[in-house]
Write a protein that binds this ligand. Sequence first.
Ligand code: MN
Length: 162
Amino acid sequence: MSTEPMTVEAASAEPRASVRAFLPGFAWQGVDSRPYKQDASAPFCGILRQVLFDEPPLQCELRYFEIEPGGYSTLERHQHTHAVMILRGHGRCLLANEVHALATFDLVTIPAWTWHQFRAAGGEPLGFLCMVNRMRDRPQLPSQSDLAALRAFPAVAAFLAG
Ligand code: MN
């Protein structure tokens, strides 16, 4: 007679009711701080990632990224959408062919196939929440001709030069 316990998959499908405290230094109880990307194939500088929510019923994840002063995320684009809220600090982002200043609590929508990159201002980390689909495609990096097309916009060229 089979008395197998529920599989890990089934047991984890519905989240457990919980409250996880906010901790000093922009951390949360029970949440690991990990490198931004597991592979070092894409250029980025000084970023940590914390996955705050990863619940199958929601079909999305909410992550907290923190870029150290002067650091930057990978310049990339992909089919999936990002919804971002700045939680800490200031910086700038490249969005398509525009550069935008970012301040705490600003909201950034990154549609499908839109080039994007975040840069932290000097002096303080840039921290932001990023909501994303759980199932998503791999980011695409710019080719030399993509970069040339982006640099045709002077503000973008200045942003990419750092
Ligand atoms: Mn992205």
